[in-house]
Design a protein around this ligand. Sequence first.
Ligand code: SF4
Length: 436
Amino acid sequence: MLPKASRTGSKNSSHPPIKIPELLAPAGNFEKMITAIHYGADAVYCGGKKYSLRAHAGNFSDKQLAEAVAYAHERGVKLYVTVNIFAHMEDLQGLEKYLLFLRDIQVDGIIISDPGILALAKEICEIPVHLSTQANVTNPANAKFWEAQGVARLNVARELSLVEIAEIRKSLDETTMVEVFVHGALCISYSGRCLLSYYFTGRDANRGECAHPCRYKYVLKEEKRPGQYFPVEEDEHGTYIFNSKDLCLLSKLPQLINIGVDSLKLEGRMKTVYYVGAVVRVYRAAIDYIAQNIEEAIANNRMISLPPIYMDELMKVGTRGYTENFIFGPPSAEDMLYDRSRTDQEYVPVGLVQGFGGSAEEGKWLEVEMRSPLRKGETIEYLCRDINVVSFEVLELLDQHGIPLEQANPGNIVKIYYDTESAWAWEVNGLLRMKK
Ligand code: SF4
């Protein structure tokens, strides 16, 4: 088990105590939660079937939510539940009962953006309330307003610079937590406060139904020529005028820790298990690296910079390209991806480890639930729970009945035979990937 980031105090008396923030990961469903916890999340956030943005994330039934809280708590991980729609009247039906249910299963926080839901939650239950990024906290006065309403944690708007986040942190009571999105997809609008989806598809982003039209390919139409569409082209792919690159503040983690941020949040409840595991893993390892080196850095009055392997590993996860967004000033055209919806993905997920074993006679194997086709002879990589990767060749593939396969396909449960001395690395719930 990797060491969890702990809230440590620097021994250097001339520097205020440094706290190592929580790593908060998305859990779009139970499997993604297990993977996020496996790769070192300190806390996860997920949605129930109602009242949550990301209505299409799979989400958790009430029964699954109760099981998820138990699973997380057994492993010392916190679980927060999103109740972050901007509610219309009909959305309020059953909300009181749901909040009491969340209290009873002992969730560690509820994430809200609607002041009415905040008031109801404060009135009927004592679950700590976290303010969603949808509430757009952009300045200390705004932050203090929400603090006065009894909010325990604020996720500040993604449109802020490091200096602005630092000012908000300073303005609040030490016990009020500040949470910052550090990685994931970005809205072209103020997070989620956007009518594009409702306008084009009738699906309301502010009620969890966003159809992501900001990623669509757009054309030009002239009013006197109905039915004729003129391509708007940067190149042969067209142009995607609202398509922001993805946020990545990996290299700014030392600065965010330095200003006292309490929680570092990863976006991605709609993303795959592989994405969640691969991103959590890199951020966990990076935070641990910083925690191990921070006292020496403070003593020598220098800012930590992460070794290149951390960003190299992150680049192996599919992305639209990365931007640091507003952290050192407003973004520019460089922070948009105008010519396509997605960048190419160099690596693909192979599968999830479900078991391992073997003997000298039988050979050594990993039991894997497959996510992509895999053939005998191909080289795959196992993602360790630190920044290391174990690379090995597939010697043999057997199906569940022990019948040899030339190729395994998504959904198959197979035994992958290997020949590497790195069997110490295997753990159930570990991820495998391969280069395309
Ligand atoms: S359409 Fe795009 S910008 Fe608008 S809420 Fe959805 S993801 Fe955000």
